[in-house]
Design a protein around this ligand. Structure first.
Ligand SMILES: [Fe+2]
Ligand SMILES: [Fe+2]
Length: 183
């Protein structure tokens, strides 16, 4: 009976010390929250761009964007769960979605976002390893693999077959608007 009481007090102490927020843990939680804001941005971005897509590539790009929404949503859920498990408060604020009115512009923004996610996760993997959370490190590595697949697919689409005229024309229109012209 006494042994059980002792064990319980030990367990309580261990659990308490586990959720106390050290500086290292705080830094990891903050980093994961920045990553979460990036994943929410990606969910919004692909949803928003799916709706706005026009032109001859609409059907293919919409299918691609819709598939990516599911991946990014899975990443967001994982990060929110992990932040809560570490004793943090998961963010509900996405990074801002850059405006795009043309398919190629959307793809270029998406490529930038995917590259950013890869760079962020590479940084977070090192922090997770230093923190001693190998499970988190492995999960983040799998997410890097997903983002790399997204990035390469977009790079392949951007590589060839585009009629640059419509994009250049759009840039000209944007410049004209920036200089005070009417849209
Ligand atoms: Fe993602
Ligand atoms: Fe992605």
């Amino acid at each position: 009976m006494l042994m059980q009481a002792q064990r319980e007090s030990y367990e309580t102490k261990d659990v308490k010390s586990d959720i106390s927020i050290t500086n290292e843990r705080r830094a990891l939680i903050d980093g994961l929250n920045r990553d979460l804001a990036g994943e929410y941005q990606a969910v919004l971005m692909y949803t928003h761009y799916s709706a706005k897509l026009t032109g001859p590539y609409r059907r293919e790009l919409r299918a691609l964007f819709q598939a990516e929404i599911a991946d990014e949503q899975g990443h967001a859920q994982f990060l929110a769960d992990k932040i809560a498990a570490l004793g943090g408060e998961p963010s509900t604020k996405p990074r801002e979605v850059p405006n795009a009115d043309h398919a190629k512009q959307m793809l270029q923004h998406a490529l930038t976002t995917e590259k950013q996610a890869i760079a962020d996760y590479v940084e977070r993997i090192a922090e997770a390893e230093a923190f001693g959370d190998i499970g988190l490190k492995v999960s983040l590595e799998n997410m890097v693999a997903d983002e790399t697949r997204h990035k390469e697919e977009i790079e392949r689409i951007l590589a060839d077959g585009w009629d640059d005229f419509s994009f250049k024309q759009a840039q000209e229109e944007d410049r004209w608007k920036d200089e005070g012209g009417q849209g």
